[in-house]
Design a protein around this ligand. Structure first.
Ligand SMILES: Nc1nc2c(c(=O)[nH]1)N[C@@H](CN(C=O)c1ccc(C(=O)N[C@@H](CCC(=O)O)C(=O)O)cc1)CN2
Ligand SMILES: NCC(=O)N[C@@H]1O[C@H](COP(=O)([O-])[O-])[C@@H](O)[C@H]1O
Length: 206
């Protein structure tokens, strides 16, 4: 049983920062999931790619953004002052492509989660993002794939698993067709798993 973060007390609001680098379909669903929630809110988008489509999705939802630069994030204060000033209590990585540095890991112990588009521990690590993951799964001849939602530690895709869900790999699958099937699992499960972790409910499992 994976211990989860402490439950929120009455009147306490958990403020989530979503970190994303791409189109933001997961970020958008997480924002919508918590839009009317009484004690959990997405209050910040953190993005490292000015061209990322997630920025427009967050703006349309009225979510403030923080655009970050590689040097300060990876080797400086990791924008921790801005996160603390915004009252951020939980970080959700939704297609974020930089390694979260130790400064944030230490500031947010067991309060950073990531979604990976494969069944870890296989098909993870440096270079394993987006279509690269699905290409590797296909090249390995796997008959199933899926998603892993996990706590974030200082290594890529290494933290304790919180949740996994599976889908078939079908004959003739391309990286794109497999990606679409895996993304549907992400859209089905990620926000609900985040809510259970943030609210501290036990028994989060696949
Ligand atoms: N400390 C951690 N940081 C991050 C984790 C993590 O588990 N621990 N997960 C990643 C998300 N991710 C897989 O789920 C992942 C993202 C990116 C890479 C990667 O190889 N990135 C490239 C850079 C790509 C770019 O800048 O466009 C690299 O590091 O060379 C691997 C896994 C988020 N952060
Ligand atoms: N290893 C990290 C990684 O590959 N993350 C993946 O990036 C995509 C982001 O899609 P989105 O921008 O539409 O949410 C998602 O499929 C997510 O699993």
């Amino acid at each position: 049983m994976i211990p989860t973060v402490s439950a929120t007390g009455p009147g306490h609001t958990e403020r989530i920062a979503v970190f994303a680098s791409g189109s933001g379909s997961n970020a958008e669903r997480i924002i919508r999931h918590f839009a009317q929630h009484p004690t959990v809110q997405v209050t910040l988008l953190v993005c490292n790619k000015p061209e990322a489509g997630v920025r427009a999705k967050a703006a349309a939802a009225g979510i403030p953004e923080l655009l970050i630069e590689r040097g300060r994030f990876l080797s400086g204060d990791a924008y921790l002052p801005e996160l603390k000033a915004a009252g951020i209590s939980f970080l959700v990585l939704a297609g974020f492509l930089w390694k979260v540095p130790a400064a944030l890991i230490e500031a947010y112990p067991r309060r950073i989660v990531n979604i990976h588009p494969a069944l870890l521990p296989r098909f993870g690590g440096k270079g394993m993002w987006g279509a690269h993951v699905h290409q590797a799964v296909l090249e390995a001849g796997e008959t199933e794939s899926g998603i892993t939602i996990h706590y974030v530690d200082e290594h890529y895709d290494h933290g304790d698993h919180i949740f996994q869900a599976r889908c078939p790999v079908l004959p003739g699958d391309s990286p794109d067709t497999l990606a679409a099937r895996v993304l549907a699992l992400e859209h089905r499960h990620f926000a609900e798993v985040v809510e259970r972790v943030v609210l501290g409910s036990e028994g989060v499992s696949g």
